[in-house]
Ligand binder design. Structure first.
Ligand code: HDE
Length: 690
C-alpha cells in the first residue's frame, strides 16, 4: 500500500495503462493513419489491394481477437481491492506475512464466476459461484481459488472431466446452456453418491445469490498453515460477506436471466462505482495436526465440512473491493488463478481433489493464454521480484541480460541465488504407502453431512430445496434417472425423498435402513445468518400523472437515507405531472426495468396516479410479481388501490406495509425494516398470479 490510498499493484498497472484521449490513430507500428473507413483500391469501384497494410493489419488483428474461454468458470466478473489482517494472532500458526502483519494492506484481484455456462451465459442460473482471490503479497502471489459452497461434487480430481462433461450442455445438441436440469448431470449424480451432499447445496438458495456481495466464500479443501519452525496446522478458509448471505428466488432468477443477463456483474460494478465497496471477513477453522483423525469424516475429503459447532470460525481480517477493472479482457479474462500459487506459511494437504487441481490450473493456462509467459501478463505479475532461469517461449516480455540461464553458474556470479531466509520450504509430511488406485474407507459416508445440511434448514429453505429437486428432475427425461436420484435422497431423509418423488411421478421408496440422525448445524442455514440492512437494496417507486409529489420526495429521501437506491418508475420516461402540476422526475420507464430487477416496490399516493396504475396491466403485474417473490411491498394512501388490483388481499402479509398519508415517518420506518429483511419467504403467495 502506498500513501495515496492506491495499492502497489494499482501503481504497477499504471505502467501498462493506456489512455487514447487526445491521441491520433496509428497502426500497430506507430504509423499515423489517414483513413480507416475505406480500404485502398484502384479506382472507386476496384478490388482491395494487398499492399493496404492498414486494412490487413486491422482485419488480421480482429480475426485473432478471441482466446479459448475457461473450460469451466467461463462467465465471470472481477474487481481490485485489498486484504488486511486484524492482528498478528495467526503468527503462532503461519509465517505468511500477509495474514499476520496488521499494518500491511495486500492488493488483491477477485473474480466471481458461474461454473457451467459459457462466457456469454446469464448470471442468475442455478449454479455454484467461483470466488477466486489473487493476493499480490510481498512474498509472491497467493491464490485462494474457492467457491460459494463449502463442499464439492467429487472426492478425487480424476473424476473432474466426467463431472464437467455431465453438467455441461449435452454433447449431441449442446443443450441446455448453463443449466444442471438435464439427463446427463443427474445420471452422473445418481451413479456417484459422493455428489449427494453438494447436490443439496446446489438445490438450495445458495445457488441463486442475490449479489456476489452477499455470498459466502470457502476454500473448500483443508489446507495447511506452517509456522516458522515448520510445524503444520490444518486450516479451512471462509469468507463472510458484510451484507449477509442473501438469495434470489428461483422464478425471479429465471426471469432476470432474460431481462438482465448481466445482473450480478452489473451489481458488482455499480456498487464499486457508487462507493459501496463490497467487504468480506476472512475466517479460519484451525485443527491441530494431532487431531487429524478426531472427526467422523476425513479432513482430506472435499465433500465434507467441519461443522462450525465443532471448530469455530476464527476471524482473521477483511477483504475490500474498491476498484473496477479498466478493461475486461486485459484483466478479468486474462487473470490466471492457480491453486498451486502459495506463499511461505501456506501448504497443501493430500486431499485428492486438491492434488488434482494442482496439476490442472497451470496446464489450462498454457492453452488458454498461449504459452508459458502468461505470468508476465500485467494482471498476473507478482509484486515480488521474479528472477529465474526460465527463458524464451511465446511473447517473452522481459529482456534477461547476461550469459547465465542455468544453475549452478559462475557466468552470472551464481545468481539468482537459491534459498535464503524467505525461501518456500514444503511441509515435511511423512508419506509411506503402496501405489494403489483406491479410495480411503474414511471417504465412504456420502449421506450423513447431506442429512446434516437438510436438518439444519428452516421450513422455507426446505421448501425451496424440494421445489428445486422437483424442477430439475422434472426436466430429466429418463425415468430410471429420476428414480435413481430419489433412491439416493432416501438415504439423506425419507420425507425429502417422498416429497420429491411425489412431484416427479416416481414411487416413494420405503423407509431407509439408516434413519435420519437428527443432528443439526445452525450455521448452515441462511435463515440463521440475517444481516438487517437495507444498504444498496434497490427500491422501485411506481408513479403516474397525478402522483403526490411531496410523498414521492419524502419516500425517496427516506430510502436514500437508509443507504438503499430509489428509482422512480412510470409508464413513460422523463417526468410525470404531480398532483399539484409540478414535474416528478422519472428514473426509468416501467417497460425498461422489470420488478425482478428490484428488491422492493413502493406505491405512493395521489388518487389519479393510483387509479391510472391500477388499470395498467404492467404496473399491476409489477406489484403482484414483487409480492410473489417475497419482496417488501409498500403502499401509501391511494397507492393501495394498486395492491388491490394485484389481488393482494387485505392481509396482514409479512413484508407488506400499507400506510395512510398522515404517518409517513412510521410508514417509512416499517417499510425500511421490511426491505432490510431482504425477502419474506414465509408469505403465502399461491393465490396471486405473476
Ligand atoms: Fe476449478 N478449475 N477445478 N475448482 N476453479 C478452473 O482453471 C479444476 C474446483 C475454481 O476465476 C480451471 O483457469 C479441477 C474446486 C474457480 O479464473 C481449471 C478440479 C473449486 C475457478 C479447473 C476443480 C474450484 C476454477 C478452468 C477438480 C473450489 C475459476 C479455467 C480436481 C474450491 C477461477 C482455469 C477464475 C477454474 C480445474 C475443482 C474453483 C480447468 C481439475 C473444488 C473459482 O483448471
Amino acid at each position: 500500500m502506498i500513501g495515496d490510498g492506491r495499492t502497489d499493484k494499482d501503481r504497477q498497472l499504471d505502467d501498462v495503462r493506456v489512455d487514447y484521449r487526445d491521441t491520433a490513430l496509428t497502426t500497430d507500428q506507430g504509423i499515423r493513419v489517414d483513413d480507416t473507413d475505406n480500404s485502398l483500391r484502384p479506382g472507386e469501384r476496384g478490388p482491395t489491394l494487398m499492399e493496404d497494410f492498414h486494412f490487413r493489419e486491422k482485419i488480421t488483428h480482429f480475426d485473432h481477437e478471441r482466446i479459448p474461454e475457461r473450460v469451466v468458470h467461463a462467465r465471470g466478473a472481477a474487481a481490485h481491492g485489498y486484504f488486511e489482517p486484524y492482528d498478528d494472532s495467526l503468527a503462532a500458526f503461519t509465517r505468511a506475512e500477509f495474514l499476520t502483519s496488521p499494518r500491511t494492506r495486500t492488493p488483491v484481484f477477485v473474480r466471481f464466476s458461474t461454473v457451467a455456462g459459457s462466457r456469454g451465459s446469464a448470471d442468475t442460473v442455478r449454479d455454484v459461484r467461483g470466488f477466486a482471490v489473487k493476493f499480490y503479497t510481498q512474498q509472491g502471489n497467493f491464490d485462494l481459488v474457492g467457491n460459494n459452497m463449502p463442499v464439492f461434487f467429487i472426492q478425487d480430481g480424476i473424476k473432474f472431466p466426467d463431472f464437467v462433461h455431465a453438467v455441461k450442455p449435452e454433447p449431441h445438441n449442446e443443450i441446455p446452456q448453463a443449466s444442471s436440469a438435464h439427463d446427463t448431470l443427474w445420471d452422473f449424480v445418481q451413479l456417484q453418491p459422493e455428489t449427494t451432499h453438494m447436490m443439496m447445496w446446489l438445490m438450495s438458495d445458495r445457488a441463486l445469490p442475490r449479489s456476489y456481495r452477499m455470498m459466502q466464500g470457502f476454500g473448500v479443501h483443508t489446507f495447511r498453515l506452517v509456522d516458522a519452525e515448520g510445524r503444520g496446522t490444518f486450516v479451512k478458509f471462509h469468507w463472510k460477506p458484510k451484507l449477509g448471505i442473501h438469495s434470489l428466488v428461483w422464478d425471479e432468477t429465471q426471469k432476470i436471466a432474460g431481462k438482465d443477463p448481466d445482473f450480478n456483474r452489473r451489481d458488482l460494478w455499480e456498487a464499486i462505482e457508487t462507493g459501496n465497496f463490497p467487504e468480506w471477513e476472512l475466517g479460519v477453522q484451525l485443527v491441530a495436526e494431532e487431531d487429524e483423525h478426531a472427526f467422523d469424516f476425513d479432513l482430506l475429503d472435499a465433500t465434507k465440512i467441519i461443522p462450525e459447532e465443532l471448530v469455530p470460525v476464527r476471524p482473521v481480517g477483511r477483504l475490500v473491493l474498491d476498484r473496477n477493472p479498466d478493461n475486461f479482457f486485459a484483466e478479468t479474462e486474462q487473470v490466471a488463478f492457480h491453486i498451486g500459487n502459495v506463499v511461505p506459511g501456506i501448504d497443501f494437504t493430500n486431499d485428492p481433489l486438491l492434488q488434482g487441481r494442482l496439476f490442472s490450473y497451470l496446464d489450462t493456462q498454457l492453452i488458454r493464454l498461449g504459452g508459458p509467459n502468461f505470468t508476465q501478463i500485467p494482471i498476473n505479475r507478482p509484486l515480488a521480484d521474479v528472477r529465474n532461469h526460465h527463458r524464451d517461449g511465446y511473447h517473452q516480455m522481459t529482456i534477461p541480460r547476461g550469459q547465465a540461464s542455468y544453475h549452478p553458474n559462475t557466468t552470472g556470479g551464481g545468481c539468482p541465488a537459491v534459498g535464503g531466509p524467505g525461501a518456500y520450504t514444503h511441509f515435511q509430511e511423512r508419506v509411506d504407502g503402496h501405489k494403489i488406485r483406491k479410495r480411503s474407507g474414511s471417504f465412504a459416508d456420502h449421506y450423513s453431512q447431506a442429512t446434516l445440511f437438510w436438518n439444519s434448514m428452516s421450513a422455507w429453505e426446505k421448501e425451496h430445496i424440494v421445489a428445486a429437486f422437483r424442477f430439475e428432475l422434472g426436466k430429466v427425461v429418463q425415468t430410471h434417472i429420476r428414480e435413481g436420484v430419489v433412491r439416493n435422497l432416501n438415504n439423506v431423509d425419507h420425507d425429502l425423498a417422498a416429497l420429491v418423488a411425489a412431484g416427479i411421478g416416481v414411487a416413494a421408496p420405503p423407509a431407509p435402513a439408516v434413519p435420519n440422525h437428527g443432528r443439526t448445524s445452525p450455521a448452515l442455514s441462511q435463515a440463521h445468518a440475517p444481516v438487517q440492512s437495507a444498504a444498496t437494496r434497490k427500491v422501485a417507486v411506481l408513479v403516474a400523472d397525478g402522483a403526490d409529489a411531496g410523498q414521492v420526495e419524502a419516500v425517496r429521501a427516506a430510502i436514500t437515507t437508509m443507504g438503499a437506491i430509489c428509482d422512480v418508475l412510470a409508464p413513460r420516461g422523463g417526468a410525470v405531472r404531480g398532483e399539484g402540476g409540478e414535474a416528478v422526475p422519472v428514473t426509468h420507464a416501467l417497460d425498461t426495468m422489470a420488478s425482478v430487477l428490484y428488491d422492493a416496490v413502493l406505491v405512493p399516493g395521489g388518487q389519479e396516479s393510483a387509479r391510472t396504475l391500477s388499470v395498467n396491466g404492467q404496473a399491476v403485474h409489477y406489484v403482484a410479481e414483487a409480492f410473489t417473490h417475497g419482496k417488501a411491498v409498500g403502499a401509501l394512501g391511494a397507492g393501495s388501490l394498486l395492491l388491490e388490483a394485484a389481488r393482494i388481499g387485505p392481509g396482514p402479509h409479512p413484508g407488506v406495509v400499507v400506510g395512510t398519508t398522515g404517518d409517513i415517518d412510521d410508514f417509512v420506518e416499517a417499510f425500511g425494516t421490511a426491505v432490510a429483511a431482504h425477502r419474506h419467504p414465509e408469505r403465502a403467495v399461491d393465490s396471486v398470479p405473476a
